[in-house]
Design a binder for this molecule. Structure first.
Ligand code: ADP
Length: 472
């Protein structure tokens, strides 16, 4: 299959291409165009022209297209999931789950586009009327990461298209194949030319063209805090609206009265999904001292059963890490913790012959002086620290420049709500290790980003508010 750029409804190839590597076998799966300024500019031209018509379509017409796209994605979900596992490494069952999750944003926004309500406001003068309308912002540029090759795209493109915006996509260089296939399916579903364009190639070159062009009115980025800050600065010159989903460093607190089975299940779900490579993965665990041993024991038994291997093997729970850099960072975090007095409960080893693998690892006796308690590990490492007083646990949990997700386990409802409100995190999983869903607002406090994706909040990011003052 030839994987191409999509600009103005046409599939195009460049002379230069780059390789997409399978992180399990380290073999080349395919090549994709290495596009530059010219293609990036053509895409803006196409999206800008297409916006003139797309914004005048009804929400019902846009929903019609989104539902057709949804149906095709559903029809091709096995193929899409296999492609994703090959380029990203996650187990096939997780890849299938991601395609369904990604598609749920298209379905949700197909309908939510019909509920973009305005307002009329009582005026203070008898001969005045105040009308407020919501209008699409214009061309949106989506720059997305490799850890969720499908969902990070539909979470942006679904609401943008539903709102009447047109889109430019620059997928991560590690995982462009799933993204291109999704856009091909959008084309097959009858996307009008230019409403959805995808350009693969050097990130800085493409984003420079898009961010310096005043016709691009919106940037939606998911990735590292460092790159997010850089893109925010670049967006300032043309005053683009921005949504940023950046890094996390999620705390996971288990109180004395927690249901330990639930807590262990939640810990596994939030820690080892995608081999620990999600921005809401729990990163550091605070467990009440009275249950430390029983929690660790249960955790050890469950973690020991997780199977590491080729994502295409149906038995696999944990696939390879995305690349050598990721692998070395995780190894460094484990080593640093052990050197500083942490005790290894299970795992701790890695291999890089067939993919970059780290065995699921549990450490106890960890503290804030260790890298794994300070930085986002992005790997299957679960560091446990104990606490005596819940105030101390909340303080330690909040002591971070990040504020994306936090988890809290307790069976005491009033304590649960009170402490959830104290956590300085945009998402709190209360006895829940898997909070992401299309209907709810996903996003962070502090340096974890700006804006929200999902729910009715998510479409607001693509809408301008217009006030029409009427004199009678
Ligand atoms: P990660 O650490 O998850 O790879 P990055 O922030 O490096 O996160 O990447 C997320 C997205 O940002 C990818 O699509 C990547 O190509 C893009 N990106 C990386 N560096 C830049 C840059 N300097 N300008 C624009 N986009 C970038």
């Amino acid at each position: 299959m030839e994987m191409n750029l999509y600009i103005n409804g046409k599939s195009t190839r460049t002379n230069q291409v780059f390789d997409v590597i399978n992180p399990y076998s380290k073999e080349i799966i395919d090549t994709v165009p290495d596009a530059g300024e010219e293609e990036a500019e053509l895409a803006v031209e196409a999206a800008s022209d297409a916006f003139r018509d797309w914004k005048t379509t009804t929400a019902y017409e846009r929903a019609g297209f989104l539902w057709r796209w949804h149906e095709l994605i559903n029809h091709h979900k096995q193929e899409l999931a296999e492609l994703m596992t090959k380029e990203q490494g996650k187990p096939l069952k997780e890849a299938l789950g991601e395609i369904e999750y990604a598609n749920s944003f298209i379905a949700w926004y197909a309908e939510e586009g019909k509920r973009v309500y305005g307002e009329t406001i009582p005026a203070s003068k008898p001969d005045k009327r105040i009308l407020v309308q919501k209008q699409p912002i214009g061309v949106m540029a989506a720059i997305t990461p490799w850890n969720f090759p499908a969902a990070m795209i539909t979470r942006k493109v679904g609401p943008a298209l539903a709102a009447g915006c047109t889109v430019l996509i620059k997928p991560a260089e590690q995982t462009p194949l799933t993204a291109i296939r999704l856009v091909e399916l959008a084309h097959e579903a009858g996307a009008p030319n230019g409403i959805i364009n995808i350009v693969t190639g050097d990130a800085a070159t493409i984003s420079n063209v898009w961010l310096s062009d005043s016709r691009v009115r919106k940037l939606s980025f998911t990735g590292s805090t460092e790159v997010g800050k850089h893109l925010m600065k670049k967006s300032a010159d043309t005053m683009k609206r921005i949504s940023l989903e950046l890094g996390g460093q999620a705390p996971f607190i288990v109180l004395e009265d927690a249901d330990l089975d639930k807590a262990v299940k939640g810990a596994i779900a939030s820690k080892f999904r995608n081999a620990g490579q999600t921005c809401i993965c729990s990163n550091r665990f605070y467990v009440h001292e009275s249950i430390l041993d029983s929690f660790t024991e249960k955790l050890k038994d469950t973690v020991a059963q997780l199977k590491v291997g080729d994502g295409l093997d149906s038995e696999t729970d944990i696939g390879p890490l995305i690349d050598k850099d990721g692998f070395e960072k995780v190894q460094k975090h484990i080593q640093d913790a052990i050197n500083n007095g942490a005790e290894l409960v299970t795992g701790g080893t890695g291999s890089s012959e067939n993919g970059y693998f780290i065995d699921p690892t549990v450490l106890v006796n960890t503290n804030e002086g260790m890298l794994c308690m300070q930085e986002e590990t992005f790997g299957p490492v679960l560091p446990v620290s104990s606490f005596t007083d819940e105030k101390e646990a909340i303080k330690r949990a909040n002591d971070s420049s990040f504020g994306l997700a936090g988890y809290l386990y307790t069976e005491n409802i009033s304590k649960a709500l009170r402490l959830a409100e104290e956590l300085e995190y945009g998402i709190v999983g209360l006895n829940d290790g898997a909070p992401s869903t299309a209907q709810a607002p996903f996003g962070g406090f502090k340096e974890s980003g700006l804006g929200r994706e999902g729910g009715h909040f998510g479409i607001e990011e693509y809408l301008e508010t217009k006030y029409i003052s009427i004199g009678l």
